[in-house]
Design a protein. Structure first.
Length: 376
């Protein structure tokens, strides 16, 4: 039997070598890093907001609080310029309480009507605004740019509100860098404004209460409590800047007879008139106070004793020459006796200065009346 040759299996061709897989860009990693950064920024903003709330609620002086607000808002959203405007008592005008930036100084003397420009519109409507092409916006007013030489490109403006009432606005101009403000910036700033708005209203309420405790109910002049505080402040300032301070103490002559003859209502009205006479004839920096009864005082900063005698004489003549008979049935005249003391000649103790001016006044009262004398 013939052996059959067994054919061997065909040699298999070598397996093709697989090419290494191409690596795709790590998009997932980049997105994760972006989310982490966004979370970090948001966490920092929330931390700052929490700090703001704690600190702002403990601040009861409006000026200190507005300065704090301006400092902190810049940490939340950085910009080239920023300002805080408050509505006046009429609710029809905005004034700059704070203005920050390289050219902000002139703005302290400026006011805006309610509804004027972006800030005025936000105050009027109570709604925030984000405008990244400000010069082309119909509401944009170039008045401030012309005054300061600043170029506004973008504006973020939010209302400062508390208990449904608008107190003012917080405005930021030109976000730092080339980009404009974002919706996230608006959200953060609006949240910030809502928090500090309540603190600001509390500070204003505290200031009103404080002023009530320092103002005479009848004449609306400062009272003796404020006199002591203000005189101490003025003496401290005078020491620092090396100038004089004078104090005038005056008492009305014969006022008791007015009360006895016409009654206390007429007497009270007369005291209000005298208070107005005094206030209208001194400088804005001078401080007029009702000391008590028919006694008044005037603090004259940066005024030496010689100059204060001229002020006392001017006030004496005004009190004497005023026509108190404008109302029917009243027929009386008034005069006043004035005493003067001053720093540095008579010392730097506020209590002693008041006593010395009072003693000088009584010298006039017990002699001629209707005159003035300097303590000696």
């Amino acid at each position: 039997m013939k052996a059959t040759k067994k054919s061997g299996a065909r040699p298999s061709s070598p397996s093709p070598t697989k090419a290494p897989a191409r690596r795709e860009p790590a998009q997932g990693t980049d997105e994760l890093e972006g989310l982490k950064e966004a979370f970090r920024i948001k966490s920092e903003q929330l931390r700052l907001l929490a700090e703001v709330v704690r600190t702002a609620n403990s601040m009861l002086e409006p000026e200190a609080l507005t300065a704090f607000i301006m400092e902190r808002v810049q940490l939340l959203v950085q910009s080239e310029a920023w300002s805080l405007l408050l509505l006046d008592e009429s609710g029809q005008k905005l004034t700059f309480a704070e203005a920050m930036g390289s050219r902000a100084k002139p703005l302290k003397e400026v006011s805006l009507k309610l509804g004027e420009g972006i800030a005025g519109t936000v105050a009027q409507t109570g709604r925030p605004m984000l405008v990244n092409d400000a010069p082309r916006n119909a509401l944009f007013s170039p008045k401030m740019d012309r005054m300061t030489g600043f170029t506004t490109r973008s504006v973020l403006c939010v209302p400062l509100r508390s208990r449904g009432k608008t107190l003012g606005v917080l405005e930021m101009m030109n976000k730092s860098g080339s980009r404009g403000f974002t919706e996230a910036d608006l959200e953060t700033t609006h949240m910030f404004a809502e928090m500090v708005g309540i603190a600001l209203e509390n500070a204003f309420a505290f200031q009103r209460i404080k002023l009530l405790s320092l103002v005479d109910d009848l004449t609306q002049l400062y009272n003796s409590r404020y006199l002591h505080q203000a005189l101490a402040v003025e003496i401290t300032r005078a020491k620092r800047y090396s100038y004089a301070v004078s104090l005038i103490f005056l008492d009305l002559d014969g006022f008791k007879s007015v009360n006895d003859r016409y009654g206390h209502l007429v007497g009270s009205q007369t005291l209000k008139v005298v208070g107005q006479i005094l206030k209208e004839r001194v400088r804005n920096v001078d401080i007029v106070a009702r000391y008590g009864g028919d006694e008044f005082t005037v603090i004259l900063p940066n005024t030496d004793l010689e100059a204060s005698t001229m002020v006392a004489e001017r006030l004496r003549r005004a009190v004497e020459k005023h026509d108190y008979r404008k109302e029917p049935g009243r027929d009386f005249t008034l005069s006043a006796s004035f005493g003067i003391a001053g720093f540095p000649k008579h010392g730097d103790d506020p209590e002693l200065l008041i006593q010395k001016a009072d003693q000088a006044m009584y010298r006039v009262k017990e002699s001629t009346k209707n005159g003035y004398a300097v303590f000696d």
